[in-house]
Ligand binder design. Sequence first.
Ligand code: ADP
Length: 249
Amino acid sequence: MLEVEGAAFSYGNGDEAAHALENVSLSVVRGTVHALIGASGCGKSTLLRLAAGLLRPMRGTVQVDGAEVNPEQLRIGFLPQNYGLLPWKTARENILLGVRVKGAGGQSWAEAFEEIVSDLGLSDLLDRYPRELSGGQQQRVGLARVFLLSPDFLLMDEPFSALDAITRESMQEVFLSLWEKHAVTTLLVTHYVEEALALAGRISVMGGRPSTVVETFENPFAGNLACSASRPFFEMGRLLRAKIAGASA
Ligand code: ADP
């Protein structure tokens, strides 16, 4: 679905330019979760912004279904690190913001709204403002907003990293159950190896100078949180950590 080929990107020009990405190639298959992992500063967020069409590659191509990515034609759900909630709007208004901005017609989303809000356990929290919600609750509001949009494509930048470990694990379960219902093609940036292993069927390791996609792995553990204490899961985590360390050395 998403095909990145030979993409390069620098911030700034000339001697001042910061070469963020060079010769990046990546295929995200429709209906899967694909994770990008790598050390801080290796260009994960930059690649996500290229996929969102917020940045344009200086060389190479970024295409969705064979056409250059165009945020005006695609429904792209973007869940940033801080969940992107507007502090002066209630949870209900924040959830509806996506469909309002994208102009979904009439009441077509009303039923979906009820279902998603109930699945996420948000029914009693809809009149609260973000400051009156815990981190995990804010995260659920952010998830409700992007899933209600029923996006062609979901981009998530470190969505669980601000949460404590216990809340993070329970939010991963919440995400998986929503995702299984809606099967949205997802590109997920994380620096947690275990998170990539729990959620993503394919995992791309980024690194190098300038940075690129070093290797992509098939992950048999995705969606099966019960595996996370198993020896093979642990071994694969070790392998990925070694790849990340090698790529950023
Ligand atoms: P990651 O998400 O893996 O932490 P980023 O994509 O944020 O990495 O950054 C990749 C590189 O590009 C880093 O060296 C970073 O300092 C640089 N960079 C990111 N955003 C900007 C910007 N707006 N201006 C200049 N350099 C930037």
